[in-house]
Ligand binder design. Structure first.
Ligand SMILES: Cc1ncc(COP(=O)(O)O)c(C=O)c1O
Length: 394
């Protein structure tokens, strides 16, 4: 194992915040069932309700507007599949999303399409921003829901969600946003953004994995997603994951306290890496929207070098990064997000996502800058993609 280990894959998941580790450790000793009426149950439910308040504060919601789930994918499924239940009896039978969503939205919407709902996938421009004109044309009085992510996991592009929500609402449709990548990284205010449903996940902002939630605006009703007991307002039956939820609560509390300062530092490191790589490696392309981008995300195409090779060389040198989306690991398909923004197949295959988090330090940037130019030069020399070095050439 390399002496030096640098984690630059914080969009895939984040390490736990030390305060979250303390919270989890304490909460694992609170073993009562939060539904029990005795002291042990009351002790457990008070932790869960404290956590609900912390998450609500982070997104400017009210406590009773938050439902805990087993993460972002479940929250996305929970909200989207609701519309299948009502589509037969409602004249609103259309769901609109974008082509750059996370698979937990894309695949779910495709499934709704297979079940007979009308589905529309809105395109994006070269920076990954939703085509507003296309959206305006698609949303109509048959639209039940518009679901657009707040920030993209691969390129970090942040959408103008307030504008998108206003288009949905003007036409009487509801607005959902997968904000999994946004919480703890940028300010998220459900009232200001005029959102009806919002998904989040603990492990993207220094909380535990397998716990997340859904914001459901007061007054909106959704049907049960998991039938059984009355937990989580009867929407998601099953004994709640008290310790995990307490961990998310602590992560939310810490995010609210620290995210502005932390993210300024994170953005500074990201920008220094970007500037340094642009200077030291010829012909590279920055993907995404430099003006509206998550502070820690840097997605770069290295033409003439394959992403997998770069990742492996960096891994050998102790640096963890990602090609495309970590959730799609195992597939050699080029990233659907990069292709949607017009990146060609070769550049999509040659892309690397660096994602910074609160535990990175300036020396991490120095180290990557000191090793990456040589790695790229070596791979480009060997690569079949390299200009002048095509397959079939002697
Ligand atoms: C934008 C986005 N949505 C949803 C998810 C899924 O969240 P979870 O891992 O909690 O299911 C991810 C995880 O990569 C994500 O990046």
């Amino acid at each position: 194992m390399n002496e030096r280990i640098i984690y630059l894959d914080n969009n895939a998941t984040t390490p736990l915040h030390p305060e979250v580790i303390k919270e989890l450790t304490n909460s694992f000793n609170i073993y009562g069932n939060p539904s029990s009426m005795h002291f042990f149950g009351r002790e457990a439910i008070s932790k869960v309700e404290w956590a609900r308040k912390q998450v609500a504060l982070l997104i400017n919601a009210e406590e009773n507007e938050i439902i805990f789930t087993a993460g972002g994918s479940e929250s996305n499924n929970m909200v989207l599949k609701q519309f299948l239940l009502t589509s037969a009896s409602s004249k609103r039978n259309k769901i609109i999303t974008s082509v750059i969503e996370h698979p937990s939205v894309l695949e779910t919407v495709r499934e709704l399409g297979n079940e007979g709902m009308e589905t529309v996938f809105i395109g994006v421009d070269g920076k990954g921003r939703i085509n507003i004109d296309e959206l305006e044309k698609a949303v109509d009085n048959k639209t039940a829901l518009v679901s657009i992510m707040l920030a993209n996991n691969e390129i970090g592009t942040i959408q103008n969600l307030k504008k998108i929500s206003s288009i949905a609402h003007r036409n009487g449709a509801l607005m959902h946003s997968d904000a999994v990548q946004a919480l703890g990284k940028i300010k998220v205010d459900v009232k200001q953004l005029e959102i009806d449903f919002l998904s989040f996940s603990g492990h993207k902002f220094y909380g535990p994995k397998g716990v997340g939630g859904l914001y459901i605006k007061k007054g909106l009703k959704i049907a049960s997603f998991i039938h059984g007991g009355h937990q989580e307002k009867g929407l998601r039956a099953g004994t709640v994951n008290g310790p995990g939820i307490a961990g998310v609560g602590k992560a939310a509390e810490m995010a609210l306290l620290e995210f502005e300062v932390e993210n300024r530092k994170i953005e500074g490191m990201r920008d220094r890496l970007e500037t340094g790589l642009l200077k030291s490696i010829p012909d590279i392309e920055i993907n995404g929207d430099s003006d509206h981008r998550l502070p820690g995300t840097l997605n770069i195409s290295f033409p003439g070098a394959e992403g997998e090779s770069i990742l492996l060389y960096l891994d050998l040198a102790g640096v963890a990064v990602s090609t495309g989306s970590a959730c799609a690991t195992g597939s050699l398909e080029p990233s659907h997000v990069l292709i949607a923004t017009g990146v060609d197949i070769e550049n999509a295959h040659g892309s690397i996502r660096f994602s910074f988090g609160r535990f990175n330090v300036e020396e991490d940037v120095d180290y990557v800058l000191s090793i990456l130019p040589d790695i790229i030069e070596k791979i480009r020399k060997m690569s079949t993609f390299s200009p002048g070095n095509k397959l079939g050439d002697a």
